[in-house]
Design a protein around this ligand. Structure first.
Ligand code: HEC
Length: 151
């Protein structure tokens, strides 16, 4: 950096600080509301596919869908951490734990079909728990979006 030649010492210091901050850049990529939207749009069909596969008793497809859903939901935690929404982070942790438990059941040689149903209910409850607070629907288009006012 060039030596500070401004006579106003305060301004000089402020400039130095802002340069230092911008040079530092963000330590990790920002997960934006658009990323959240895109991720939810792929998570939805994956969970629907998971339910369909379970109904058909196709456990290997169900397992793939559960793993994929887990991956997709897991990355969204960054968004809620950035916005310091501990309740949302906890909801995600709960759903991830339930998806893990489901993966465990579906990995057994003999799948415990009776154990699957309550897990699925809990997973959906977790999705809805967050949607009820942080998601809103556009009355005109029916599109979903982030409820900014809840952040
Ligand atoms: C911690 C909060 C949170 C959790 C947990 C969560 N979602 Fe979402 N979801 C959102 C928010 C916020 C939106 C609105 C964002 C948007 O669509 O722009 C959303 C939107 C959606 C949409 C609509 C996408 C669109 O725009 O058409 C679907 C489908 C969806 N989520 C599925 C799920 C499923 C399935 C689960 C559970 C496995 C889940 N979500 C869990 C917060 C969450």
């Amino acid at each position: 950096m060039r030596p500070c030649v401004l006579r106003n010492g305060l301004l000089c210091a402020a400039l130095a600080v802002s340069v230092a901050v911008s040079a530092q850049d963000t330590p990790y990529p920002i997960f934006t509301a658009d990323h959240l939207d895109a991720t939810m749009k792929t998570l939805g069909p994956n969970v629907a596919g998971l339910q369909a596969a379970l109904r058909e008793g196709d456990y290997s497809t169900a397992k793939e869908r559960a793993i994929r859903s887990r991956e997709q939901l897991a990355v969204t935690v960054t968004f809620w951490r950035d916005h310091e929404r501990d309740d949302a982070v906890q909801l995600i942790r709960d759903v991830l734990a339930q998806l893990d438990a489901l993966d465990g059941l579906l990995s057994a040689p003999e799948v415990d079909a009776a154990g699957v149903e309550p897990l699925l209910t809990d997973i959906q409850r977790g999705c809805q728990g967050c949607h009820a607070v942080y998601r809103e629907q556009d009355a005109a288009t029916g599109d979903y979006r982030l409820n900014q006012s809840a952040l």
